[in-house]
Design a protein around this ligand. Structure first.
Ligand SMILES: [Zn+2]
Length: 269
């Protein structure tokens, strides 16, 4: 059984939401986490969870590429997230997608955007810590700043989702916190990402999660199609193969079971 730990099925266009949800079981996808990236789709994720309480769990938060809409009212936005959390405690799986992304940043406006991202990142960590909740961290081309903020804020329970950095960074994060997890998306299946593949082949199995980040990042061999949670199996298979090639003596059922248990343990589901 598989848990897709990071989805945005409310953004899928070529697949109907209802069909996605009904089709999960045929590929052994037992549960998915629906990730909110702004106030509207955080609420949408909660709604999906209410309608499918055994299958879908929600997270809420503000994504760095969405923060401009909220930049004049950081406090008010954080308050709204907090109210949303308190009203839906049974459904929110207590994780926030917040991050640094210097890949899509406006390079002409780098310092201002960076400090805005940092402000939101720290504010959301503050909220997560207040309720002892784990956070989802996306870091892209920003590993030093990400690690610095996690250390400065003392944030220990986090997942580095859609991992796109390298083994050295993964090990530093794992040494920093025993509660750190590393989640692999379709990127792990790409030949163009040898650093990500090397990380999956080397880190301890009990630190690994898998995800699709659908509708984005379809794995090989479906690279240019719209991604759906069922494709988590390709990422899982690739993680297994990479570890075999690296001499690990793990069977496929062992890897599948451990990753399933990792997700249950981390998300408390
Ligand atoms: Zn995402």
């Amino acid at each position: 059984m598989i848990i897709d730990t990071h989805t945005h099925i409310y953004l899928n266009k070529e697949h109907f939401e209802k069909d996605i949800i009904e089709g999960l079981k045929k590929d052994g996808i037992e549960k998915i986490i629906s990730i909110g990236t702004d106030l509207d789709n955080s609420l949408k994720s909660i709604q999906l969870s209410k309608e499918n309480p055994e299958t879908i769990y929600a997270t809420i938060g503000i994504h760095p590429t969405d923060i401009w809409a909220y930049k004049d009212d950081l406090r008010g936005t954080i308050n709204q997230l907090e109210n949303m959390l308190l009203e839906n405690l049974a459904y929110v799986k207590w994780i926030w997608e917040c991050w640094f992304d210097f890949h899509w940043i406006d390079k002409n406006n780098f310092e201002e955007e960076k400090s805005l991202q940092e402000e939101f990142f720290k504010a959301q960590i503050g909220l997560a810590k207040k309720y002892s909740l784990p956070i989802i961290v996306h870091t892209r081309d920003a590993k030093e700043d990400t690690l610095r903020v996690l250390q400065e804020t003392g944030c220990k329970k986090f997942v580095l989702h859609c991992f796109s950095e390298d083994l050295d960074f993964a090990l530093r994060a794992l040494y920093y916190s025993s509660e750190c997890m590393i989640s692999f998306s379709g990127i792990v299946t790409y030949k163009s990402a040898p650093n990500v593949q090397k990380t999956a082949a080397n880190i301890p199995l009990d630190k690994i999660l898998v995800e699709t980040d659908c509708p984005f990042l379809s794995p090989q061999p479906l690279r240019w199609q719209e991604n759906i949670p069922n494709n988590t199996k390709y990422n899982l298979e690739k993680v297994f193969t990479l570890r075999q090639e690296n001499g690990k003596k793990e069977t496929f059922p062992e890897v599948e079971k451990q990753l399933y248990e990792n997700a249950k343990r981390f998300f408390l589901i």
